[in-house]
Design a protein around this ligand. Sequence first.
Ligand code: URA
Length: 210
Amino acid sequence: MSEHLTVVTHPLVQHKLTIMRDKDTSTASFRQLLREISQLLAYEVTREMAMTMKQIETPMCAMDAPVLAGRKMVLVSILRAGNGLLDGILELVPSARVGFVGLYRDEETLQPVQYYCKLPPDLGDRLVIAVDPMLATGNSSAAAIDLLKQAGARNIRFLCLLAAPEGVARMKEAHPDVPIVTAALDERLNEKGYIVPGLGDAGDRMFGTR
Ligand code: URA
């Protein structure tokens, strides 16, 4: 991927996103739409997966046909909202390995602190897709990518539903080698770090918490 930021403007993605943004959309609908959009975004983020040719026989004749090459892809969910993007993508790529990274924000330093990290082996040989619906300040996303790189990942992409310009700039500064795929680039962050117009707290909306 040559672009650092790809906004997926497909009408289905944009329509579903609008319903998700609506404050009156139910938890069940929000979750289902996130699952559907995750698959449409996955189509874009996996566009350049390595391929090879394999000889098969159709009922008509032998042919060389394209198949995925190399080690299994890795999805890394940035907890907890990242989990909302996992199931849909796993339906498309059932053999993907899955890792989890948990970070919280230290109230004094305001810096992300790791509380959980469980990753598949051999990250260096695999396409690694980190998923988190909201790229807001970019601090926790950049810290999560730091962890993936420390664990050996070299071919990383970041998939989110919404991005703020501040988050995109932070990621570009910290990880210019990590392309970002999103459904929308919103206007700004508010004083509490929420994306505006955004959709509120993605974790709360998908899990029904507050
Ligand atoms: N996380 C969210 O869930 N929503 C935002 O708007 C920003 C960060």
